[in-house]
Design a binder for this molecule. Structure first.
Ligand code: ME8
Length: 504
């Protein structure tokens, strides 16, 4: 079972390129695992409580927060639909199934004495929804976003996170793959060298009413992170479907951005440990899309809308670009010119032109039907071996979450098919009347293109279907589309417009 999750996004604004990146990465990984025949559960969703959302409600002069979050959740769903995101579950934290889990876990920890009431004094950053200590502040402002902070003193409820510090350090050391990439794991261990404080998990309802009430103190609502993190177990069937939960939950792979590493790698494991639940299998923190060195985001006003790019390049090219141009784990600079050059070199030329050549030559020399494979020379055997080795290499990269490397290998495969056609020159063979050579070459090229396109299908979800149909192959997913020799001689190929037309 492959259980993959994205962060649940705040509904205080429309999704931008950063949200699209994490969600497409999860979708692509889910599709690769499905391609391999594994059962997959892909979860995404939205985080609907907390100060940010309440502020957005106020800013927009809306009276009913639920109506606001309903509308915003739909916006996320509509965007994901346009981006061909095939999730299995979309969780919303205002759903009864989730509220029940949050209150159940709170009650359990309260009954076990792991939550206590005490006075809280601290500096609160409204934007980040985080309390900071005096020494965390930078020039009196939030060390994370640089905004002014508010001093707050009030009674609150605390989760005894500190008692799990030694356990957590030990757990991370014993499970080297738990937090990835390795430098993020070291960052968390560095953070844990300082004493870990208890976690304030409540907000006074007088200040923040938009949240899940504490079951043992209804004049308080649950701190948004304590609420949000639990979505991952809610969706896995916690408390309702114990068999599914036991099988699914420990397989979880949390895909997150580096901005939410500490909440996922410190708060969350200690919460699970306190509740007597197993840990997720891995937490992978990717880097940020930046523009001129600054994080792209709604609060900075430099967010790129994924749908604008989809309007220009099409959904497949957009998916391809953001998967190809970010090394997971590292930051990547968003540059519109690079989108253009990838589109032209990788998609229009390497892939699109190859399809055009294969289909046109099959029309001209083979009566428009996939020919018989014919005897192989060293050229055919060489290309076949290269293409047959590709799925193994690609899946190895997918297991490392290195989709960019997988795509680069796939592009090398297409370059090899183009090079093969140049060297074997079926047009020359046809002039010389060597019909058997022509059919052997065209079968090999068409089959190589088909198989490589199967490997591209998790990213190019629409164009690959077009390729299959033009090659006269129906991908019914019944057989092994990654095996060599699947194209049936005699199937009709279809010519058509360029797969990736010139832009503008
Ligand atoms: O943090 N580059 O929600 P959020 C890459 N609700 N990814 C980016 C990005 C960028 N410039 N900007 C955002 C929250 N992201 C909480 C999560 S989970 C239990 C609760 C992506 O709407 C990235 O995945 O601020 C990041 O972690 C996430 O959006 C933050 O989304």
């Amino acid at each position: 079972m492959f259980y993959i999750t994205t962060p649940i996004y705040y509904v205080n604004d429309a999704p931008h390129l950063g949200h699209a990146y994490t969600t497409i990465l999860a979708d692509v990984l889910a599709r690769y695992h499905r391609l391999r025949g594994e059962p997959v559960y892909f979860l995404t969703g939205v985080d609907e409580h907390g100060q940010k959302v309440q502020n957005a409600v106020r800013k927009n002069a809306i009276t009913d927060p639920q109506a606001y979050v309903d509308e915003m959740a739909e916006r996320f769903k509509t965007t994901w639909k346009r981006l061909n995101i095939a999730y299995d579950d979309f969780i919303r934290t205002t759903e009864p199934r989730h509220v029940r889990v949050v209150q159940q876990v709170l009650q359990q920890l309260w009954d076990a004495g792991l939550i206590y009431r005490g006075e809280y004094q601290g500096w609160y950053c409204v934007s980040d929804e985080r309390f900071w200590t005096e020494k965390d502040l930078v020039d009196g402002c939030c060390p994370d976003c640089g905004r002014p902070v508010e001093h707050i003193a009030e009674d609150n409820y605390f989760f005894q996170m500190s008692r799990y510090q030694d356990w957590l350090v030990d757990y991370i050391e014993r499970n080297p793959d738990f937090i990835q990439p390795a430098f993020r794991r070291n960052e968390v261990l560095g953070f844990l060298r300082r004493p870990l404080a208890d976690l304030c998990i409540s907000r006074s309802a007088s200040r923040l009413s938009w949240g899940i009430p504490l079951p043992f103190a209804p004049d308080y609502v649950t701190y948004v992170w304590f609420d949000a993190l639990l979505n991952y177990v809610t969706a896995a069937g916690f408390g309702v479907d114990e068999d599914r939960f036991a099988a699914q939950w420990p397989q979880a792979l949390h895909l997150i951005g580096k901005d939410i590493l500490i909440t996922h790698a410190v708060y969350w494991p200690t919460m699970l440990q306190a509740a007597g639940l197993p840990q997720p299998r891995r937490i992978f923190a990717h880097g940020w899309w930046v523009i001129g060195g600054t994080k792209m985001g709604k609060s900075l006003g430099n967010a790129v809308s994924p749908l604008d790019l989809v309007d220009i390049y099409g959904v497949d090219a957009f998916r391809y670009f953001i998967m190809r141009d970010m090394t997971p784990g590292l930051d990547a600079d968003f540059d519109a010119e690079r989108v253009d050059s990838r589109y032209t070199s990788d998609l229009a030329n390497n892939l699109g032109n190859l399809l055009q050549r294969v289909v046109n030559m099959t029309g001209r020399y083979c009566g428009g039907c996939i020919p018989q494979p014919g005897p192989e020379t060293a050229e055919e055997a060489g290309l076949r071996a290269l293409v047959e080795a590709l799925p193994g290499q690609v899946f190895e990269q997918i297991d490392r979450l290195a989709v960019n490397t997988a795509l680069s290998q796939i592009m090398d495969g297409l370059t090899a098919v183009n090079g093969y056609l140049e060297r074997t020159a079926p047009w020359t063979q046809a002039k010389a009347g060597r019909a058997e050579r022509v059919t052997a070459i065209l079968y090999t090229a068409a089959e190589a293109l088909r198989l490589i396109s199967v490997l591209l299908s998790p990213v190019l979800t629409e164009k690959t279907r077009e390729i299959f149909s033009r090659l006269g192959w129906e991908d019914d997913q019944a057989g092994d589309g990654l095996a060599w020799g699947v194209l049936k001689p005699g199937s009709a190929v279809t010519a058509g417009d360029p797969l990736f037309p010139r832009i503008g």
